[in-house]
Design a protein around this ligand. Structure first.
Ligand SMILES: [Zn+2]
Ligand SMILES: [Zn+2]
Length: 484
């Protein structure tokens, strides 16, 4: 089945075709590990994860890298300001290394909590300085770089396509430039490949280079690491909307100058996340993190569920109310699957002739096609999620053994994309005495001895279990609520 993806570069939805038949090479700009990652990051990472899972669902092998920026990302996008990592280290009276280690660990933990698939590598910029220097040398050799008092710069006016990805022109960039820019630069939009350590400044992270002691620019790091691990051409490059300019624009200029080949075939940019209708900002104190979510009693996967209700190319508005609804929906879904397991367990007692396997297979294929069409259409997860609930509603109209089998098999399959840990749902193993009481009660109910059956129900509840009678048998659970 074909996959359609919106490509930021062409500004169109295109049919996805990787350069190799079965493998897709993907690079995601990872975090600059100087602070806690917030919901905007979580949204962005989850959208990239859904893209990757969709490709895997279609049978592609994925070669995937997420870099860790641990040096060179400055507080201002115009190559001025402080290094975010060094600044954070100073503020927290820590070494840069300790800051990097601490926030990388948090980032990786959050990824696991959100059930995000693992790349084959998380390369760190600081561990690739020789690769970065070599790449700058190549660019210099092509006559596209020049050295001034504070660093080595890329000359954007010599790269005709500069501005295409972001929709900027060099004239616009010149007009919009701020005055405090280094006057030695040939064009205000020229960006640093290598920055020199300023005089009288003691940096924790600096290296010698053919041009002088200093550190790499942020953009060249991604060009160097993607080239090293994935080769000159990526199938897909992902990153936040705020990375389009200057970061990704500059990556294209550097990489294509150095290799002479197309750098990226498809650019994938999820849109911003808003919080309660507002942009996240320090003054509004709405930089929520996954920890805030957990502290309010929500599970990280409820957030993942909430993200599934939005499309990556629409601005997503996070609200606590919608997170609450998502938590309820997710609990419902989990309990629904448990109910299916009750029915499937009961089915085993039926004669095999009572189950029409051919019919089940056909129905599964029909449903699955709908689901795959949704995700293949530019990762339409809201549609995919609506198909999940259509399936549940269809089951509810006619709950039987066959429909339970169909719903269960589909949900397990779809969870490869949804990533909600639906496959982890198992029937609770009940203590022997509870099992005995349940069986005894079922017998009494069969004999229509209601008063005695009710007595046993109370006894089961007294021991902390909830019992729900279904047409397919008793559903007993250590809980105070069954959500389905
Ligand atoms: Zn990057
Ligand atoms: Zn020049």
């Amino acid at each position: 089945m074909k996959i359609c993806l919106y490509n930021t570069y062409s500004r169109k939805k295109e049919i996805f075709k990787p350069q190799f038949k079965k493998t897709v090479k993907i690079y995601s700009c990872g975090p600059t590990v100087y602070d806690y990652d917030h919901l905007g990051h979580a949204w962005n990472y989850t959208m990239a994860d859904l893209l990757i899972r969709t490709l895997q669902y279609n049978g592609y092998k994925i070669r995937y890298i997420i870099n860790i920026t641990d040096v060179g990302h400055l507080t201002s996008d115009n190559d001025s300001g402080e290094d975010k990592i060094e600044k954070s280290a100073q503020e927290k009276h820590q070494t840069a290394q300790a800051i990097v280690q601490y926030f990388t660990e948090i980032y990786l933990t959050n990824r696991r909590k959100l059930n995000l698939g693992e790349p084959f590598l998380y390369p760190k910029a600081s561990e690739h300085i020789p690769d970065i220097i070599n790449l700058i040398k190549k660019i210099e050799k092509k006559g596209m770089a020049y050295k001034i008092n504070d660093g080595v710069y890329f000359e954007v006016s010599k790269f005709p396509k500069y501005g295409h990805l972001s929709g900027n022109t060099l004239a616009q960039l010149k007009a919009g430039a701020r005055i405090e820019i280094n006057p030695q630069k040939h064009h205000p939009a020229d960006f640093a490949l290598w920055k020199f350590t300023p005089e009288k400044v003691k940096r924790q992270m600096e290296w010698t280079s053919p041009w002088g002691k200093g550190f790499p620019g942020w953009h060249i790091e991604c060009s160097a690491m993607s080239l090293k691990y994935l080769g000159p051409t990526l199938d897909i490059h992902t990153g936040g909307e705020d990375n389009i300019f200057p970061h990704h624009e500059s990556e294209i200029a550097q990489s294509e100058t150095a290799t002479g080949k197309q750098f990226v075939r498809y650019w994938f940019h999820p849109r911003f996340l808003m919080v309660e209708g507002q942009k996240m900002s320090k003054s509004l104190h709405n930089f929520y993190t996954l920890k805030d979510i957990e502290q309010k009693g929500f599970s990280p996967l409820a957030l993942r569920y909430l993200f599934l209700t939005g499309h990556y190319r629409s601005q997503f508005n996070f609200t606590w109310e919608s997170l609450q609804s998502s938590q309820i929906a997710l609990n419902n879904l989990y309990d629904f699957i448990e109910y299916l397991l009750i029915i499937i367990k009961a089915s085993r007692k039926l004669k095999p002739s009572k189950i029409n396997n051919q019919q089940i297979k056909l129905k599964i294929a029909k449903w699955d096609k709908k689901f795959q069409q949704a995700i293949n259409n530019d990762i339409d997860t809201p549609k995919a999620l609506s198909i999940v609930w259509q399936l549940i509603n269809t089951f509810n109209k006619n709950p039987n053994h066959e429909e339970a089998e169909i719903a269960y098999q589909l949900l397990m399959k779809w969870d490869k994309v949804l990533g909600l840990n639906l496959t982890h749902i198992k029937l609770e193993k009940l203590p022997l005495n509870i099992q005995k009481l349940t069986k005894k009660r079922e017998k009494l109910r069969a004999q229509k001895n209601w008063p005695a059956a009710d007595k046993l129900r109370l006894e089961i509840e007294r021991q902390g279990y909830l019992i729900k009678d279904t047409p397919f048998g008793s559903w007993v659970k250590l809980t105070n609520k069954i959500n389905y």
